[in-house]
Design a protein around this ligand. Sequence first.
Ligand code: F0G
Length: 441
Amino acid sequence: MDATAPQSADVCLRCIGCGGVATGVQGDCRCPSCHDLLEVELDAQALAGRSPAEWKALWRQRRASEQPCDRSGVWRFRELLPILRVPTAAVTLREGNTPIYELPTCARDAGLQHLWAKHQGLNPTGSFKDTGMTAAVSRAREEGFEWLACASTGNTSASMAAYAARAGMKCLVLVPEGKIAWGKLAQALDFGALTCQLRTDFDGCVRVLSEVIRRKPVYLVNSVNPYRLEGQKTVAVELLEAMEWRVPDHVVVPGGNLANASALGKGLMELLALGLIPRLPKLSIVQAEGANPLVRSVRDFQGRALVPVIAETLASAIRIGNPASWKKAVRVLEQTDGACLDVSESEIAMAKDAIGAEGVGCEPASAAALAGARKLAQQGFIAPHEMVVLVLTGHGLKDTDYTLALHRGSLLPGTSPTPPPRPPAVLEPNAAEVLRTMERE
Ligand code: F0G
C-alpha cells in the first residue's frame, strides 16, 4: 500500500475500513486505498517478554527518574507506543501524569457513591491534546518535516504551537473566526504559530486544510493522525495506575471530533489484551445537544452512518458537526458497552458550576462529562454503587468568558435551570461594606 519507506520507526498501521496495512502516513493521514482512518497496530508479541506485574513496576519506577522521557506521562509507557526510532529524543513538555480527584459533592448530587475526575486539563498547555501532540510532533520531527498544521477549535492549535516551538518547527493554525476561546488563541500566538482565523466553522477549517495539505508538504497533526492517538491512549494507563489497577465501572468523556474517546478505548483494549486489566469499563461519550452527530448516528443508524450537522454550542471546544473519528468511536462504544448521549446547554452550565464548587476548574466541554454522568445515573445506566471516572479535558482558565458570563447570570438568558448568579460585588473601599457583604453569605 505504501511505496516509500518512512525514515522513522517501522510500526504497522492498519486501515479501519479495508484492513490494509501501511508503514507510515502521507498527506491526509488516511488509507491511500479506501480513504478511511489508519490506526497503529500494537505488536502484542513484542510485549510478551514481561509479565503484567513487571510492566506495572517498570512504568511506576520511571516516575522517580529525572530523564525527560521518563518524567513524561506519555513516554513513561513508551513500549506501548513504539512509534519513534529514538524515543528518548521525543519532543516533550512533561505532559501527562495528571491528577485524579474525587468529587464527593458532585457524586452525592448525582446519586452516586464513587465519582472521580481525571484532570487532563492539567497538562502543559491546559488540555488533553498534549499527550497526543508529543507523539505526533516527535514523529514529524523524526521524519524530517519542516511544517506542522492543524484545524482546531482551539486546544489542538495551542498544543501544536507549543510542541512545534519546542521542536524548532513551523506551524500553521486554522481556527474558526470568533468561535474559539481567547485563551486558546492567545496560546497559539504566544508560541509563534502562523495563526489564521477563517470565516467559517471548525468543519470548514478542516476542508480548507485538506486542500492546503494537497498542495504543500505539511505534516497534519489533527486527530486523523494515528500517532496522536497513540499518545492520547496513555491516559488509560495513567487512569488505571491511579486507581491501583481497580477497573472503574464507567468512564465518561465529552465527544467532539471523537479522537479522545477512540484513543482511550484503544488504550483500554490494549491493557486488556496484555492482561494488565481483567475487564473493561463502559466508556460513554457525551455530546452537546447542538453538536450531537454521533448521538444521531447511533440513534438513527445504529452507528452505521453519520450525517454531519451544523454544530452550535457554547462549549466551543466540541462545536463539531462532522467528526473525523466517528467510526472508531462507534467501535469503542460497542466494545465497551458504553452509552452515547447528549446534554443541554443548561445541563452543561449546571455541571460546570458543580465542578467549580469542588475547587476544580475545567472547560465547559469537560463539564459535559459530568452532565452526561448525571443523566446516565438518572436513567439507571450507572448504578449508585458503581465507580465512575470523568475525563476533564481542558483547563478552567481556557474560557474565562464563559465562566464570567455563567456567574454574572448572562450566559443563557431566559433558560432554566441555570446556576444562581454569583457576580463579583463592586463595593466602596471600606471594611464595613465588605463585612456587611460577608454577613449576607
Ligand atoms: N474537550 C476539549 C476541551 C476539547 O478541546 C476537545 C476537542 C474535546 C473535549 C473533544 O475531544 O475532539 O477528541 O472528541 N478539541 C479539538 C480541538 C477538536 O481542536 O482542540 P475529541
